[in-house]
Write a protein that binds this ligand. Structure first.
Ligand SMILES: Cc1cc2nc3c(=O)[nH]c(=O)nc-3n(C[C@H](O)[C@H](O)[C@H](O)COP(=O)(O)OP(=O)(O)OC[C@H]3O[C@@H](n4cnc5c(N)ncnc54)[C@H](O)[C@@H]3O)c2cc1C
Length: 485
């Protein structure tokens, strides 16, 4: 089969390699002059959600990928010594004081319940209406029941709750609660007091594995090597402007430079909304699909400040530690206050900062800068963000202005433009219970196929969602392969 993949982000590369390895003739068309999408630009702070199944099935270690345990996260404090949090309870114990025993129990509880969630993340969502899928459905049900009545009740109780309440049931230290709550909010439109933020915390925990040595750039390099070995044709500077649909079936694509490419199948690894509302002509799309896809929410809240450093950031509360990763927020309530600004379309005043430093540079992610800012994003507003990052750092690193120079600040609007992300949303669609699993991005599109024959979706906007797991691309590739064999 001739397959055109639109978008050479990491999911597009994973899907292309999966399909080429299965014997298809695959071409990847990428709008930018580089591959890797968001994972290419030095934007990311971690690669710890990369799927072990993807690593195995694409033999990424053979293509140069090396792994290591995720670096611990430091949460500095204005009064005490701060907290250096390792995932491993034994390593974390000396930092946790009275929370050490509860942390070990919590990790043990997660180890019991998360394999079920991992199983769902590694598989395409099940179609409850299909008799062909009775067996996988029964198996999923049986594996859920094996968790036992007590655990199932606990999951049903805590899943809809807010992460602040949930973590307070387990732990005393606000620093620990901040460190654990922060990733629960990635890609969501939630604060620590939002209902269902515990469910997104559990979802995140189910995804965390090893990190890639060399970060996202090393991941993209290994994926490109894998694509080349599998015979994928990689075309940069190739922006697709239209998916050609004839008699209800996708037949190829048109590009911005006037060229066209015929295909038996088209897999779009740009956002599903952009795919169906911009690249497909409206008369080719059933009105019901259009209605569903119009409702997908993707309001970006991420901004990034890049710093060049003359010396490593050294937090005053723990001199000499100079940690690679840090999260600057001492109270889960401050994360909720930061979300209040998002909710009300205001510039934040309380700004939790996610900091990663290495080799004379630091990246600071601000996760409460709304793309919907009242009055829009201007140069003055961009400068305010830079100042918020520096002032936030200064509370814990008094010499920050002497050692750091801000080299670039990207507002959510900049991220939307440079990386072609609709709504500036990092995951092509918010993580929310009604936009997950079979509802991602909408019930009618949940299984990688669309209502147009031969047109599939495979980016972070589809199950199981964003981050650099590679799962949506892999599952889309497998779904296509099943549909043709
Ligand atoms: C600032 C920021 C920080 C982040 N930090 C992390 C992190 O630390 N850890 C983590 O796991 N995740 C992080 N994420 C999220 C993660 O990077 C994304 O969810 C993931 O990379 C999405 O991958 P993708 O392949 O689905 O889509 P993308 O990476 O968006 O790839 C889509 C590709 O399609 C191309 N394209 C778009 N339109 C067209 C067209 N018409 N024709 C041809 N090509 C087109 C784009 O140029 C792009 O290359 C972050 C995101 C952002 C924005």
């Amino acid at each position: 089969m001739r397959v055109v993949v639109i978008g050479g982000g990491h999911n597009g590369l994973v899907a292309a390699a999966t399909l080429a390895k299965a014997g298809n003739k695959v071409t990847v068309l990428e709008r930018r002059d580089r591959f890797g999408g968001v994972a290419d630009g030095g934007l990311l702070h971690d690669t710890e959600t990369l799927s072990a199944d993807v690593i195995r099935s694409l033999e990424l270690k053979y293509h140069g990928l090396e792994l290591l345990d995720p670096a611990p996260v430091f949460v500095p404090s204005g009064e005490g010594e701060g907290l250096l949090l390792h995932r491993d309870p034994a390593q974390a114990a000396s930092e946790l004081g009275e929370d050490a025993e509860a942390y070990a129990r919590w990790r043990a509880w997660l180890a019991k319940v998360l394999p079920f969630a991992k199983g769902q993340l590694n598989n395409a969502t099940l179609d409850v209406r299909s008799s062909a899928e009775k067996m996988p459905l029964l198996m999923a049900g049986a594996s859920f029941r094996r968790l036992g009545k007590k655990t199932i009740h606990e999951l049903l109780r805590v899943g809809p709750s807010c992460v602040d309440d949930y973590l307070s049931e387990w732990f005393e230290s606000p620093l620990l609660k901040c460190a654990l709550a922060a990733p629960a909010l990635h890609g969501t439109w939630m604060g620590t007091r939002s209902p269902t933020s515990t469910a997104t915390l559990l979802l995140h925990e189910a995804q965390v594995g090893k990190e890639v040595v060399g970060g996202p750039a090393a991941l993209v390099k290994a994926l490109l090597a894998c694509c080349e070995k599998a015979g994928v044709e990689l075309k940069p500077n190739a922006e697709v402007t239209k998916i050609r649909v004839e008699s209800g079936a996708a037949k190829g694509v048109d590009c911005a430079d006037g060229s066209t490419l015929d295909a038996d199948l088209v897999l779009s690894c740009v956002g599903p909304r952009k795919t169906l509302l911009e690249l497909v002509s409206p008369d080719a799309l059933p009105i019901s699909t259009e209605n569903h896809i119009q409702k997908v929410r993707l309001r970006g809240t991420l901004a990034k400040v890049s710093l060049s450093l003359t010396e490593p950031i050294d937090y005053a509360c723990r001199p000499g530690l100079k940690p690679e990763r840090a999260f600057l927020c001492e109270d889960p309530l401050d994360m909720e206050r930061a979300f209040d600004a998002v909710k009300h379309r205001r510039m934040p005043t309380v700004v939790p900062l996610d900091v990663r430093q290495s080799d004379g540079a630091a990246s600071v992610l601000i996760r409460c800068a709304t793309i919907e800012l009242e009055g829009g994003w201007t140069d003055e507003r961009r400068a305010e963000l830079t100042e918020l990052a520096l002032a936030g750092l200064e509370r814990y690193v008094p010499n920050i202005r002497a050692i750091a120079t801000a080299t670039e600040t990207l507002t959510p609007a900049d991220i939307a433009e440079v990386y072609g992300l609709e709504g500036g949303h990092e995951m092509h669609g918010e993580l929310a219970l009604d936009q997950l699993g079979p509802m991602r991005p909408a019930m009618a599109l949940s299984r990688y196929a669309t209502s147009i024959q031969g047109l599939f979706c495979g980016s972070a906007g589809i199950h199981p969602g964003g981050g650099v797991s590679g799962r949506p691309g892999a599952l889309a590739g497998q779904a296509i392969q099943r549909s043709v064999s």
